[in-house]
Design a protein around this ligand. Structure first.
Ligand SMILES: [Zn+2]
Length: 80
């Protein structure tokens, strides 16, 4: 088993997720196309990125999403 993140604790839930896959549910809407998701089992957070891929929600991705979200809200307010 490889571990990319030093923060990720080795536990039964991570074994479960690596075997059966994560059970993501949307935790935060960023834009119409970009959302943040959290695994219900192990709590791992991921996000869509602009390219359409799913990436682990790192500090950098969180910052990008915060900017996108602010921009998106401004756009929404202008449109209405
Ligand atoms: Zn998981």
């Amino acid at each position: 088993m490889k571990s990319n993140s030093p923060n990720q604790r080795f536990s039964l839930t991570t074994i479960f997720c690596s075997t059966f896959g994560h059970k993501y549910s949307m935790s935060k809407k960023i834009t119409n196309h970009i959302n943040e998701y959290q695994c219900k089992t192990c709590g791992q957070e991921v996000t869509n990125v602009v390219s359409g891929k799913i990436e682990i929600l790192t500090f950098k991705n969180k910052k990008v999403n915060a900017c996108l979200s602010a921009f998106f809200q401004k756009k929404l307010n202008k449109a209405s």
